[in-house]
Design a binder for this molecule. Sequence first.
Ligand code: TYD
Ligand code: MG
Length: 457
Amino acid sequence: MGKNKTHFVCQECGTIAPKWLGRCPGCGAWNSMVEELIKVQGPSRNKNNPHGSPGTLAKPITEIEMQGEERSPTGCNELDRVLGGGLVPGSTVLVGGDPGIGKSTLLLSAGAKLARCGQKVLYVSGEESEKQIRLRAERIDACSDSLYLASEVDLDSVLSLIEEFGAGTVVVDSIQTVSYAELSSAPGSVSQVRESAARLVRAAKETPCALLMVGHVTKEGGLAGPRVLEHMVDAVLYFEGERGHPYRILRAVKNRYGSTNEIGLFEMTGLGLREVDNPSEMFLTQRPESTSGSTVLAAMEGTRPLLVEIQALVIAPSGMGVPRRTCLGMDPNRIALLLAVLEKKAGLAIAASDVFVNVAGGIRLVEPAADLASALSMASSFLDKPLQKGTAVFGEVGLAGEVRAVSRADSRISEAEKLGFKQVILPLGNLNRMEKVTPDLELIGVENLDETLESVF
Ligand code: TYD
Ligand code: MG
């Protein structure tokens, strides 16, 4: 067989070796040699145009043809929201997540929804047999005559399937199981993943079809395989959730066709994934009312307001050295900063206590608007005094203890109003700019943390 030649290249310094070596002879780095196909020298360059490839012309931007946006919504609203409206033909989306989180389930049901809208969908699995997939599809009601299954791991076979089949959408589950016969490395290795992904992306562009690839994640939580994988694709989505929690969050970390701050919410049930369209109710259902250390934050996830509970437990110093700080769903540095502000600016002797903070429901908060609610939760637990029932909070806290205005106050307040809250504590800066009238909702504008604690507790 006329196998292409391969060699090994050090990813640190570029040294080339004919065989795999544990340590690079050039720079001495361990485990850095990755297999690559040897490129055959192309035809010599045009004499008149020695740098560019012949025939490449630059055009004024105004003369470039604009194609109307032809997205096909998958019919799964939460997925569409994260994708920015639907799948674009010729684009590639990588979906990463822990094993067993529901990636295959998500893509199978999205594939079935597309198929039911009349699109030809091809689902290539290297992880499960066709029978297993059929059984699952029956259970989650994802069967359609236009949904085609193939159990295949050989890259060339997958590529010819994609070319010949003419599917509008192709799912490859997972990129780590596909292997290219010309490379001797094992499936899932850096060189295999890189080569397979590059060829699949090219095939999707040429066909054109929308390509959805499942990617495994490493123990650290990043996508397994080469970093370039994320550069090759148009969108990278992570499917996340806590073990033991039925809720799943789909988050975009890269999206060439939409924003990256939208999230999709799902609930894993016995009958597959259910879309969650009233997330605030979902996150607040099991909230203990009138207990100290619990505050409801009016958060924003993308363009969607979301009410979540921030819980804190502050325990008197044990005198055993460094106090413990555990934060789930929040940046521990942000919590440390807020504790320092509570101590210095609000006069609470809290800095030496053990502090545990948790965002209920397994959601992860990154916006500074969560500051005030976190600080109130910690103060409430420290003082052992609950906040008044039916209170929602938002606002950023600065190092001087000042409460700063945040974006989208209107949406946050409307969400609180919709869910029957009685009062909202918000930055005075936001209140002064409010045009909205809320007859059933008391709005309490605050300027600094010290004052807020005095008026609340
Ligand atoms: P799966 O989609 O196979 O995960 P991944 O592809 O990310 O590895 O989902 C597997 C888990 O989801 C499995 O542990 C069981 C659970 N599950 C349900 O609870 N209900 C269902 O209807 C399905 C299909 C799976
Ligand atoms: Mg799977």
